[in-house]
Write a protein that binds this ligand. Structure first.
Ligand SMILES: [Zn+2]
Length: 211
């Protein structure tokens, strides 16, 4: 779990790390290394892991060409990648990362209560949370709609924020022999403490860590 920032830094980062560590303990299904040390992203070190999560990262993280290749090879060879919230506000200048995370942030016009529609409750990363739920979040719009390239799991009910249009909020995709997942929620510490969000994360870790 990488929470390194090179631009905006969310106040929820400590809550994110704590919630994910608690999930590891309560599910007993995975162990967690949380770090901000980018040097840990190397081919050698990644051999010990099943999934890499970019949580609340931001900006142009200073990764070397070798590190970029190591991350792409890690996923395409059959491992997992998870991006959370501002993971789409990260590494705009590396287009392969854009494919991996699925899209880039355009704007965040709605920091308020909104309703989220669960599009596929049969997916492990969207199961057990009902078919819609409401929460206060920093809802993103994206530079390009990834629908069609990815399997959308959640979308914003645009009417709930007084708008129209299609705004995917979470998705899953195959990436080579590996799996990638993204969830746009996670701005507030409260979201990380929300069992509906935690259930999605646990499912995403399970799903991306399988092959
Ligand atoms: Zn945010």
């Amino acid at each position: 779990m990488l929470t390194t920032t090179a631009a905006f830094r969310h106040e929820s980062i400590p809550a994110a790390r704590q919630a994910t560590a608690s999930l590891a303990a309560s599910t007993g299904e995975f162990s967690l290394t949380a770090t901000e040390d980018l040097s840990t992203l190397s081919a050698d070190n990644l051999r010990a892991y099943d999934v890499v999560m970019f949580a609340l990262t931001s900006g142009e993280l200073p990764l070397s060409a070798g590190q970029k290749t190591a991350l792409l090879d890690f996923v395409t060879s059959g491992h997992g990648f998870i991006g959370v919230h501002s993971a789409t506000d990260t590494l705009y200048e590396w287009s392969d990362y854009g494919r991996l995370v699925g899209a880039y942030l355009r704007d965040h016009p709605w920091t308020q209560q909104g309703t989220v529609v669960v599009e596929d409750p049969s997916h492990p990363a969207a199961a057990g949370i009902g078919d819609r739920f409401s929460l206060v979040e920093d809802f993103y719009t994206l530079q390009e709609n990834p629908r069609g390239r990815v399997q959308v799991l959640l979308r914003l009910d645009a009417a709930s924020v007084g708008s129209t249009g299609d705004y995917p909020l979470a998705w899953a995709q195959s990436f080579g022999a590996g799996r990638a997942y993204y969830n746009a929620l996670g701005h507030f510490s409260e979201t990380w403490g929300d069992t509906r969000f935690q259930r999605q994360l646990a499912g995403a870790i399970r799903w991306t860590g399988s092959r």
